[in-house]
Design a protein. Structure first.
Length: 251
């Protein structure tokens, strides 16, 4: 199977957000992928295999500032004993911030959608801090935030809540009716919406009843964002709170 056939939705989204990405990303070698799979002790999730094939040597302009997801870094951390093979966890992202070195790990006890949950943990062990239901969601959420939302001149943040605990079942139809694409499959703990003039991401606590979703919304002007929020407020029973406008709106 061709690399682009493994994850066509995310690949299309990333290339739309960052058109020059295809000339900058660099994949890992098959030998490196096989060695990581040997460390995992199981077949790698389809998404992670795609990621390594596409960006296992470089994520190009969409690389995280302090997180190193490259295959050589993963192999180095295991070779030097920073992490040891574990049937449940696989370290996939090295955190370079020495003040709070919480590295990114797969948690194979929670597979989902040809992928698995990602969590953060210190190399010495301790508590796990669940991040997203899948690595796919982590990347899509972060890159839509950076390249599809924060690039716009007007942004706002707030909270959506639903006593039934299913925010997205109400939000999703409204966003799609407004012309937003939901470019990747997600679970109940986050959502990613994108159209050329606006973007929205939401997130809830992973593994818990998602009654509350924090949201971030960005667009070309405050009037456009108000119309989007107005549709959500009138077409759903969700409780909507706006915490901040950036830039702040005139009084």
């Amino acid at each position: 199977m061709r690399t682009q056939d493994l994850e066509p939705e995310l690949e299309e989204l990333l290339l739309r957000l960052v058109p020059d990405l295809a000339t900058a990303w660099q994949g890992a070698t098959e030998d490196e992928i096989e060695r990581i799979e040997a460390i995992a002790g199981r077949p790698l999730p389809r998404f992670y295999r795609w990621f390594l094939m596409r960006m296992g040597h470089s994520m190009g302009p969409i690389a995280y500032p302090r997180l190193d997801f490259t295959a050589p870094k993963v192999l180095e951390c295991y070779r030097e004993g920073l992490f040891r093979p574990n049937p449940r966890f696989l370290m996939i992202g090295y955190e370079s911030d020495i003040g709070m070195p919480l590295h990114v790990l797969y948690d194979f006890n929670h597979p989902a959608r040809d992928d698995a949950r990602v969590t953060k943990r210190h190399a010495m062990g301790g508590d796990v801090h669940d991040q997203f239901d899948t690595f796919r969601e982590m990347i899509a959420w972060g890159k839509v935030l950076t390249y599809g939302l924060e690039v716009h001149p007007q942004r706002c943040v707030g909270m959506l809540s639903d006593v039934s605990g299913d925010v997205l079942s109400q939000l999703d139809p409204v966003m799609k009716s407004l012309g937003f694409a939901a470019p990747i499959p997600t679970g109940r703990s986050c959502a990613v919406y994108y159209r050329p003039d606006a973007g929205m991401v939401t997130s809830a606590s992973v593994g818990e009843e998602p009654r509350f979703h924090a949201f971030r919304l960005g667009g070309s002007d405050s009037g456009r964002l108000r119309r989007i929020l107005g549709e959500i407020a009138t077409e759903t029973s969700l409780e909507l709170e706006i915490d901040e406008w950036d830039p702040r709106l005139p009084a």
